[in-house]
Design a protein around this ligand. Structure first.
Ligand code: M6P
Ligand code: ZN
Length: 188
């Protein structure tokens, strides 16, 4: 039987206690997300296979709600900032919320019909991700971007489409500022 529990989430580190799982993603595993393949090789050669982001969760299969944190390191590959893979939910009716605890980011969303929206990520803002919008988080600051997410336990991650065709828009650094630009390699 599940019992009520207070779960501590540290806004400075993103640690979740108690937690039920954790994984990390390093630059080499995410190489395919970035347009600039030379910049990926360059990063790996100069800086090594650095940590890009970690996900910690509090998840019980018997419960309909799961939550956790995502801890994203600051960094760029070429002009593109460190970002998550991006996904739709397998169960298309499932929404999600992100509460930013630390740092500065852009939540890039794309509807099934191809509409793009962004939501600023910063402490004090809870981003609402409606059902059936693909979502990717991008750390545009120079410190870790840490946010707490809340979602249906069985929403499921559908990475296929975003992985194959990319997202229609990119967030890139131009003269020190994040800019939203059309993705030249978007495969419609
Ligand atoms: C958020 C949530 C997680 C997700 C993580 C990383 O924390 O949406 O469910 O796994 O971001 O994003 P992705 O899985 O797209 O790499
Ligand atoms: Zn999600």
């Amino acid at each position: 039987m599940l019992v009520p529990q207070g779960v501590s989430i540290d806004a400075a580190t993103g640690s979740v206690s108690p937690s039920t799982g954790r994984y990390e993603k390093r630059v080499s595993e995410l190489a395919g997300l970035y347009r600039d393949r030379v910049a990926v090789s360059d990063h790996l050669a100069r800086r090594g296979d650095t940590l890009a982001y970690e996900v910690v969760d509090y998840r019980h299969p018997e419960s309909d709600i799961a939550f956790g944190t995502t801890i994203m390191q600051p960094g760029r590959i070429g002009a593109e900032y460190f970002m998550t893979r991006g996904h739709f939910h397998i169960r298309r009716e499932c929404a999600e919320t992100y509460q930013t605890l630390r740092g500065r980011g852009i939540l890039l969303l794309e509807s099934r019909q191809g509409e793009t929206r962004t939501v600023e990520m910063k402490p004090g803002i809870v981003a609402y991700i409606p059902p059936d919008w693909a979502h990717r988080s991008i750390n545009v600051g120079d410190e870790p971007l840490i946010f707490a997410w809340f979602c249906a336990t069985d929403a499921g991650h559908d990475y296929g489409e975003i992985l194959e065709r990319g997202m229609r828009m990119l967030v890139v650094e131009r003269e020190g500022e994040p800019r939203l630009e059309p993705n030249p390699s978007y495969a419609a």
